[in-house]
Design a protein around this ligand. Structure first.
Ligand code: ADP
Length: 193
């Protein structure tokens, strides 16, 4: 199962991915988490991307695809993958198609979590105020930039996928467990038994 979770920053992709991982034993491939881990460990990649993340801009496509290629190969035996925060540009979406077909894999399920922009602001500022280790990019200024980047660069990939796939829309304003249940149903209906 290759599942792509789409939606803006703060829409709940990470929260839902964590839940799916627990229940289905899938792996979560979150490029954001991978990059933050690289920054924390001060790896060569971490050094390159630190300022980019703090600014709310996107890391370059080549670097992201290099990381993703490794992760897809590493997870060859996993029952499923959840792509979370990736792809984020049309170029990445196209490269992912190529990468999956090279590995005889396909996209099995696409889910978009739909949340309005005011709610996103509230959620992320709340997350920043409650978290002990505040992310460099969880403040109002950078968030505005991230939403801007999402609308310009990432949102168009939904229409791109809709040419070939059905993109399941879930109202992400509902409570976490309701969203969980809806995702569950989609996974159950899309898993080959
Ligand atoms: P969010 O909470 O905004 O969904 P993420 O944790 O997915 O954030 O990503 C945080 C930051 O990491 C992004 O603003 C961007 O700088 C970088 N990033 C993550 N994934 C990608 C990607 N696929 N392509 C380019 N940059 C990325």
């Amino acid at each position: 199962m290759n599942l792509i979770l789409l939606g803006p920053p703060g829409c709940g992709k990470g929260t839902q991915a964590t839940y799916i991982v627990k229940k289905y034993d899938y792996v979560q491939l979150s490029t954001g988490d991978m990059l933050r881990e690289a920054i924390k460990n001060n790896t060569p990649t971490g050094k390159v991307v630190k300022d980019v993340l703090a600014s709310g801009k996107l890391v370059n496509n080549e670097l992201i695809m290099q990381i993703m290629k490794e992760k897809i190969e590493e997870t060859a035996t996993s029952p499923g993958r959840i792509f979370d925060g990736f792809p984020r540009t049309l170029s990445q979406a196209e490269s992912l198609n190529a990468l999956l077909s090279q590995n005889n894999l396909s996209i099995d399920l696409l889910i978009e979590l739909v949340v309005n922009q005011e709610e996103l602001f509230e959620r992320i500022t709340k997350r920043a105020s409650e978290s002990e280790s505040v992310r460099d990019d969880d403040n109002a200024d950078v968030l505005r930039k991230r939403l801007d980047v999402y609308n310009k660069e990432t949102k168009p990939i939904i229409a791109f996928y809709e040419k070939d796939f059905f993109v399941n829309k879930i109202d992400g304003m509902q409570d976490i467990s309701t969203v969980n249940k809806l995702i569950d149903k989609l996974i159950e209906n899309n898993t080959k038994h």
